[in-house]
Design a protein around this ligand. Structure first.
Ligand code: G3P
Length: 215
């Protein structure tokens, strides 16, 4: 499973990359609003840092606006993936981007039928938001199971990019299902490495090591 970091923060991206954990980056307007930089500049800087797919989201909600904005974003760097909301106008734009060989990440997916439409439009990635479904007392991971089954049934090439991840358990579950990608916030990436028994075991080893004669 590929790991993307869900962040617009260069410090976080750099740190996660140093762990060898990062295959790409996803951003959204909420994340970029925290950085105080214009979107194109922020995306260009991330592209300099990470050599992998970098999702940059359009703000337009009409097909022509999405196409204009997406083409501009795609010009920033060959690794840019245009992030398009899962609305009818977005799906129309994705079909055109697919013909133009511009990669797309269809975002804000909350149902299997939305995911089917995105795949039929030729999306490179589909982003189901599991944490937000859990927030509404749903079962976000069920959606990942449904989409991976449907895509596998029909051989769709669209990759399932699990988004809105809130915990290491989400990452484990997504990997067990066989999702293609998990986009993970920095805090959760650091949690993935941690286990209290590792810390306790290390402390004991270091304490015992003091009893070993030096020569
Ligand atoms: O990639 C989408 C993700 O950023 C949404 O996460 O935590 O805002 O639901 P969240």
């Amino acid at each position: 499973m590929k790991f993307f970091i869900d962040s617009g923060d260069l410090g976080e991206i750099h740190e996660a990359q140093a762990m060898g954990a990062i295959d790409g980056v996803t951003t959204n307007p909420s994340l970029l609003s925290k950085g105080g930089k214009p979107t194109k500049q922020a995306i260009a800087e991330i592209c300099e840092l990470v050599d992998g797919p970098i999702s940059a989201e359009v703000l337009a909600t009409d097909t022509q606006g999405i196409l204009d904005e997406g083409r501009e974003l795609a010009k920033i760097h060959p690794n840019v993936v245009v992030k398009v909301p899962l609305i009818v106008d977005g799906l129309k734009a994705v079909q055109v981007f697919t013909k133009e060989k511009i990669k797309t990440n269809v975002t804000l997916c909350f149902s299997p039928t939305q995911a089917l439409l995105a795949a039929k439009a030729g999306a490179t990635y589909i982003s189901p938001f599991i944490g937000r479904l859990d927030d509404l007392s749903g079962e976000g991971m069920e959606l990942i199971e449904q989409i991976t089954t449907i895509y596998s049934n029909y051989g769709f090439a669209t990759e399932v990019l699990v988004a809105s991840i809130r915990s290491p358990l989400h990452v484990t579950q997504a990997a067990l299902i066989g999702a293609d990608v998990a986009t993970i916030p920095f805090k959760v990436i650091t949690q993935l490495a941690k286990h209290p028994l590792t810390d306790i075991g290390l402390a004991k080893f270091l304490e015992d090591a003091k009893k070993i004669p030096k020569s």
